[in-house]
Design a protein around this ligand. Sequence first.
Ligand code: E4P
Length: 227
Amino acid sequence: MKFFIDTADLDEIREAMSWGVLSGVTTNPSLYARTGGKLADFEAHMAEICRVCEGLPVSAESQAKTTEGMVEDARRLAALAPNVVVKLPICEESLPATHQLASEGIRVNMTLVFSAPQALLAARAGARYVSPFVGRFDDIGDDGLAQLETVVRAVKNYSYGYWDGEGGPEIITASVRTPNHVTQAALMGADIATVPFAALRKCVRHPLTAEGRAKFDADWEKVSAGA
Ligand code: E4P
């Protein structure tokens, strides 16, 4: 499974990039708002993320409400850098937009996916990535991982004729909160997990790793003292 980072924060992106584990970045309007960025700077910010992550897919979300607006936004965003992926929420307006954009070779990440039918429609319309959300189900007392499993199984049952050469459509496990979300997504065969920086750090760390390192350090000090 590939790791994307789910953030618009350039410092977090740079640090995660330095680990050598990232295969892409996803952003959304809330994540951009969290950086304190202004509307006028949005495209420059996305272009900078694309520069930092050259060659890796970077999802930039359109806030257009009509099919025409989404297509227009997508063409403008895609012109920022070759690695831009346009994020659109699943809805009646975004399906025809996705279909049109796929025919132009513009990659769409269909977001806010909460059911297998939504995911199947996104894939059928030509989305390059489909993003089922996990954590937001958990937030409302539902079982996000069980929901994810139905999406993965349903989508992987078929091929869709777009993006075959690139192995798409790929499923991005989104709204990830915990290392267990990552574990279970990988076991289900989800292609990607997009993980916020804090959760990514939790994936690196483990209490037994910390305990093991402390023990090795203590023993090594004894060795060094006896040298
Ligand atoms: C997906 O690409 C979204 O940006 C993201 O995973 C949303 O997650 P949240 O539920 O933590 O806001």
